[in-house]
Design a protein around this ligand. Structure first.
Ligand SMILES: *Cc1c(COP(=O)(O)O)cnc(C)c1O
Length: 396
């Protein structure tokens, strides 16, 4: 059995998305900036895709900037807001301790340039309160950036409320909506969002393509220099096949959002209930306010990497946190941010579902995780100390 439970890292492309790309890899290969008919065919497709994507998030087509993915969109959003702030003498930025590294590392860079960054503490349930943002905004705050849904623990943030506070205080609001797009409702106008990032490969579209939404009137700083594509905001010949794939994938995801959510949620809750039976295990993040496909547990006395390898042997593709931190020995900054101790954070397991998973796969996974955790504990010196009472259990 092969069971893919790492949809927060990336998703399988949908047939619809692949089909939408094919003509643009084959017959419609013109450069949309060319004036001849081959180019104009591509330009027409590009315009339509921009319109369709804008419609799906409540934006205008001219507010859509195509980027190479979520990371580039995050970088560009933050740098643009920082430049605007700088011009007004505002150099304070508010974010959270559990953002994606595309945000956190850009903030580090801005700190070196003299910006002051306040990272809000995250409550143990993995949710930021609007009041925290309100209390932290100062006269010199130029940007608030809070992710829509967390990529490791799946918790959903009160984006609309945070956006409303920022609007009232005249501070730009960016949200990394990479985990939300195609999975949760997005309307940038209604939710008071000035800047938003999304990425196609998290909703069954192709890799290497994403969007930065920037509200009309916000001056965008270029990250890639060159031609005048994207109205001078992002140089480089547009990746038309990927853009067409993204537009089709987003349409499809949004059309089926509610039915998918209902189906996946049932599987998720079954998986959570099953894994909760394992002793000394804890669910990370709020049980309700989380992505419909996200399950994230810590198991005391084991090491996440070994857990992953043994699950892979059983045909299960899982993750210990974000794909970006695996390979490093540091525990997840997200789990540390919600207050998990280092040792506990090391024993984490993230299982992220899609509508392709079945109930049978979930039953098998519960059984497999049970077996592997039991086995790893049986050979773990830490577990022996815990059982013998030499150390105290942190997860009861
Ligand atoms: C995957 C992800 C990104 C990065 O997107 P890429 O398209 O892979 O660059 C950024 N933020 C979040 C929350 C993500 O899950």
């Amino acid at each position: 059995m092969k069971i893919y439970l790492d949809n927060a890292a990336t998703t399988k492309m949908s047939k619809t998305a692949i089909d939408a790309m094919l003509p643009y890899l084959d017959t419609v290969y013109g450069n949309p900036s060319s004036l001849h008919s081959a180019g104009q065919g591509a330009a027409e497709a590009l315009w339509q895709a921009r319109q369709r994507i804008a419609d799906r998030i409540g934006a205008l087509p001219e507010e859509i900037i195509f980027t190479s993915g979520g990371s580039e969109a995050d970088n560009q959003a933050l740098l643009s807001a920082a430049r605007i702030g700088q011009k007004q003498g505002k150099r304070h930025i508010i974010s959270t301790a559990f953002e994606h590294h595309a945000v956190l590392h850009t903030l580090k860079k801005l700190e070196k340039e003299g910006f002051e960054v306040t990272l809000l503490d995250v409550h143990e349930n993995g949710i930021i309160l609007p009041e925290q943002v309100e209390k932290t905004i100062r006269e010199d705050t130029c940007l608030v950036t809070v992710m829509y849904a967390n990529n490791e623990i799946g918790t959903i943030q009160p984006i609309k409320e945070i956006g409303a506070i920022c609007r009232t205080k005249g501070v730009l609001f960016h949200t990394d909506a990479v985990q939300a797009a195609g999975h949760l409702y997005i309307d940038v106008k209604e939710q008071n969002i000035d800047l938003l990032s999304l990425s196609a490969h998290k909703f069954h579209g192709p890799k290497g393509i994403g969007v930065l939404y920037a509200r009309k009137g916000i001056k965008i700083t270029t990250v890639i220099e060159g031609g005048a594509q994207e109205s001078g905001r992002r140089a480089g010949t547009e990746n038309i096949p990927a853009i067409m794939g993204m537009a089709a994938a987003l349409d499809e995801a949004c059309t089926h959002m509610e039915t998918c959510a209902r189906r996946v949620r049932i599987l998720r809750d079954k998986l959570i209930a099953g894994l909760s039976q394992i002793p000394h295990a804890v669910l990370n993040g709020d049980a309700e306010k989380r992505l419909f496909g996200n399950v994230n547990f810590c198991f005391e006395g084991i090491e996440g990497e070994s857990l992953l390898l043994l699950l892979d042997d059983k045909g299960i593709c899982a993750s210990s946190g974000s794909a970006c931190t695996s390979g490093s020995l540091d525990p997840s900054h997200v789990l540390l941010a919600i207050g998990r101790a280092h040792d506990i954070a090391h024993g984490s397991l993230r299982l992220t579902l899609s509508e392709e998973n079945t109930e049978e796969q979930i039953d098998y996974t519960i059984q497999a995780v049970n077996e592997v955790v039991t086995y790893l504990r049986s050979i773990s010196p830490i577990w022996r100390d815990l059982v013998n009472g030499k150390k105290e259990f942190m997860i009861t």
